[in-house]
Structures are given as structure tokens and as C-alpha cells.
Design a protein around this ligand. Structure first.
Ligand code: C5P
Length: 229
């Protein structure tokens, strides 16, 4: 069984408002996408890493030069994250067996480490339902959905991170059959709709998603830390 990484990096990151796609934002002098890809390149268990960018992407060749071993850039990005992933999976069809595991990881999570990838593979690598990194909720959760403020018990609540890892055939089927791809906010929810229960593996706050300008400073703080995580 092979483990492949698939990194959707075809978004524009409008909330970061930097004038170019946020995956190219420099963090400690290196583009965010390069940090993200390095986590997989430093992980011997991952056979190959695929990066999905949009057809018009003008930056990727400089960040991931053609000769860089272990990485292939796929210029097949779609209008949504789900579409970008689906397009990437279709291109993997020739090289991936049904049981090979695909680790889908957002380019916007540059704090991932080889140790976290290893942990996910160790705890969920052979689970037929797959698994994902997630963080248990530690704050008290408030809801305003019904017009007034209510408190939701936090026990049993988790915040989903990526990588999210599934057998190739299962993930392909889940994304092809998703009734409303726009309502699917992560890959695991599409798999859950097929009746599977992916395993939750505790991640780390350093694997935050960089969305707002302040997140970039926090990501730099973690990237500058020597960590075993
Ligand atoms: O915008 P957001 O941070 O939620 O995007 C999550 C990931 O999905 C990012 O890595 C982004 O580049 C990717 N994405 C994509 N294609 C899109 C939209 C987002 O690959 N059309």
C-alpha cells in the first residue's frame, strides 16, 4: 500500500488580501506552499506528493521547480476546494491503486510536521474508513443559531484539521457522489455521508490554517520553534 499526499493549492485566499494567492505568502522568507510541501518530502512513508494549482498559476514554477524530486504539480484546479481535489484524484487514477491512501492536506496549513504525518499514518493508516488530524475542543462552545445564545457541551467535539487520509477509491467515490459539493467543507464529511466513520487522531495547534493576516505571524512563530511534534 502506498501513501500519496495531495495538496489543493488553487485558492486565491481573498481574506488574506495580499494581492497574490496566500499559499505564496513568505513565512520566515520561504513561500507558505514550500513549507507545506517540505513536511511531506521529509516523510519517507509518503511515496509522492501532488500539488493542485490553477491553470493560470504564475508562481508555482519558482516555488516548486521542475526538477524537485518527489513532487508533481497538477494544473487542474477547480472553482472550489472540492473540485480541485476531485480533479487531482482523477489525474492520479493511472498511478494509484484502490487501496493506496491519499492524504489530502491544505496548502494553507504550513505548520504540518513529518512527526504529525507519521502519527496519522501509525494510528489510521490501515483503517478502511481512513482518518484525519483533529483537535479536541477546549473552549466552551456557544451557539447563536436559534436567535438566542445557548451553550453546547464541548465533550466529544473536535476541530477538523488536515491531512485527511482515505483509501483512494473510497475518497474518489465520496467526492463523486457528494449530493451537494458546496456543502461539503472537508473530505471527511463526504466519506461520512457514505456511512463510514473516519478515525480522529489528535493533531497539534501548530497545524493551524492560515486565513487572516494575524495567522501568518502565529504560523511563523511555530515554524521558528524546534519541535518534536
Ligand atoms: O480558502 P481556504 O483556506 O479554505 O482553502 C483551503 C485550501 O483549498 C487551500 O489550500 C486552497 O488553496 C485550496 N483551494 C483549492 N481550490 C479552490 C479553493 C481552495 O485548491 N478553488
Amino acid at each position: 500500500m502506498n501513501y500519496f499526499a495531495l495538496i489543493p493549492a488553487a485558492g486565491v485566499g481573498a481574506r488574506m488580501a495580499v494581492g497574490y494567492p496566500k499559499q505564496y505568502l513568505p513565512l520566515l522568507g520561504r513561500p507558505m506552499l514550500r513549507h507545506t510541501v517540505e513536511a511531506f518530502l521529509r516523510c519517507p512513508q509518503v511515496a509522492h506528493t501532488y500539488v493542485v494549482v490553477s491553470a493560470e498559476d504564475a508562481y508555482v514554477d519558482e516555488v516548486l521547480p521542475a526538477g524537485l524530486a518527489g513532487v508533481t504539480v497538477l494544473r487542474c484546479g477547480g472553482a472550489t476546494r472540492m473540485e480541485s481535489i476531485r480533479n487531482g484524484l482523477r489525474l492520479l487514477a493511472e498511478g494509484a491503486a484502490a487501496d493506496d491512501r491519499v492524504l489530502v492536506h491544505d496548502a494553507a496549513r504550513p505548520g504540518l510536521t513529518p512527526a504529525l504525518v507519521d502519527k496519522l499514518i501509525a494510528e489510521a493508516g490501515r483503517d478502511p474508513a481512513g482518518g484525519l488530524l483533529a483537535l479536541p475542543v477546549v473552549d466552551t462552545v456557544k451557539s447563536t443559531r436559534r436567535g438566542s445564545v445557548a451553550t453546547t457541551p464541548r465533550d466529544g467535539l473536535w476541530l477538523a484539521q488536515t491531512p485527511q487520509m482515505f483509501p483512494y477509491a473510497l475518497l474518489m467515490r465520496a467526492l463523486e457522489e457528494a449530493p451537494d459539493p458546496d456543502a461539503i467543507t472537508d473530505d471527511a464529511s463526504a466519506v461520512e455521508l457514505l456511512g463510514f466513520s473516519p478515525r480522529l487522531v489528535e493533531g497539534h495547534p501548530r497545524n493551524l490554517k492560515v486565513t487572516l493576516p494575524t495567522d501568518a505571524r502565529i504560523a511563523e512563530m511555530y515554524l521558528s520553534m524546534d519541535t518534536e511534534q
